[in-house]
Design a protein. Sequence first.
Length: 655
Amino acid sequence: MNISFKSIEKSLVMQLFLIGSLVLFSTIFLLSSQKITHTVLGITSVHAKADLVKVKDPAGYAATFVSQNIPDPIEIEAGSSKDVIVTFKNSGTRTWDNTGSRFISAYTMEPRYRASAFSGGDWLSNKQTSKMSGVVKPGQNGSIKITLHAPKKTGNYVERFYLASENSSWISNGYFFFKIKVVEPSFAKAAEDKKVEEVQKIEEVKKVEPVVKTSVSKGKKLAQSVKSASVVGGDKIKVITVFQNTGDVNWKGYSLRSDRPTKLDGSSKQTYANKSWNSHTEVFDAKDEIVKHGVIRKEFYINAPKTVGEYDVNLAFYSDNKKIEGTDFVVTLNVTQHAPFNYDAPSFGESTKVNTPSTVADAAPDNIFLDKEPRIRVGMHLPMDFVQFKAKDDYRLMANGKEIGIVPAGRLVVVVYDGIYYKVKAHDLEYIDIYAPRLEPVNDEHAIFELINFDRYVKWKGPNNFNTYRGAFEYSKGKIDQKMYAVNDLYLSDYVAGIAETSNRAPKEYIRALLTAARTYAFMSKEKYPFFDVLGNTYDQLYLGYESERLMPYVAQAARDTRGYLITHNGKVVVTPYFANSTGRTVTWQSAWGGSNKAWLQPVSANYDVGQRMRGHGVGMSARDAAIRADKEGVDWKYLIKYYYTGVDVLRVYK
């Protein structure tokens, strides 16, 4: 017998009042094979309805309900959203690893896999909730944040779910449900406005004159090769579509069009146009005629926008400058990483098709002189579950822009993230909240702190642990890769002093030239990643912090000698790549990475590299050639910069 929970509850109440304790006892005995809900202090806990699913590994995958942050009934205004956090204990023997392919989520139930009327923006689909956070070991608690988006129809609803390990097994005792009350929106005139609108529509209908039926261009999509893709900013995606003319008129010429995306930040510079397009909005146009029932197959390219985010590329066919009914289609792009600095986004003239690329980070604004020294945010991946922090200065604990308290110098601070909350403990100072914590020096902006349990060794640098840094420290979860990061927020001069891209024994003028190029590269990398500017490894520049300063004093001194100097071309700060060595001549930007060439990155002779095997991309300064040139020819650092970067100036942008 299939008895719903709602009918069970009503039945129990009826029997309590009408039949008495004896019949109640019989009813409870009859229903002993099905679990029911219990309410304690207003919080509804939910146990499994075991007959809904078949659990493949009940000993390995098992759960125990712990809590629900909003008690039933959950009241939501029609058309609005509310976040509900459900917590379960992992009572099985298997770890719930939500970073892999067997992540934990919940599917809709009764009926199974139904489309929920409450699916929100963070759901994986309209039948599957968002993922559980973090890694949950046996005995630990894990939580799922479920955004409930209320439909427009008011009333009482029940939404039922069951936990599952993706690609693996249902989770024993993973059943839960929400009782939801959808109420009218709070704005006062909603009902009245609706009535007025309906009356107006009726009046308009009365006024409408008889319409003469005309022929309409119609189409139908038969195939689409790519519907969604996870890509890096700037990636090129090939799309093939097949459409049929299903209307009663021929298409006398047609075009494929779209609009610029604005979902991420509304910037007109964001585009998914490929250089083969006619403009930012027109993919192509064709003069041939498509007869009734005729079929067209079209192949074209779209480019992922520069910036991390999710974009819906809406496209449709047009004929006679009117959209062809039924030809709308969408390609969803999930941009997981910002475009590399060498990506050229296409730009177009207003009246003609022009391919004049505009590089993401070609040059800084014209007004390059700064009133104060800029800061830089360096991201470093942390492989451990928590961080032990200790500093030689008083540090201020901040979160969400507010001061939490002061940590005295020398005091141990422990920072943990449990998948939902950040937790900070420093003797009598405690912090627990969803906002990432920040520790910043109180007295000395250049203060030194240590991440005690961060083992960061570099083979060619000896036995030293490079885990000490200057400035501020933040602990935050990556928005794309979901990894934990230490973010070192510090002055640009301190960052450059901690760069370990050269040897302490190299010629001083060469070190000064290299660090100026490195400083310029960092300056042009601002906001390259979602919440920091550069990575601390060789993907950007190898940054080893204060310990590197201590081991390489000549490098630190060269950073001070060239403080504030950046490389410019025609009055703008420009990108300054450098590499290990060439085979005797540097190469152009275009030959290494494609796109348009840069006037300051022209090929030059690197005579001291002749006979060597190419190491690196070959664009800009050859480190080997520059070091030998400085030593043998006695040239200074500004000469070296101007030799490898054609037509540039070296200006002191800040003091």
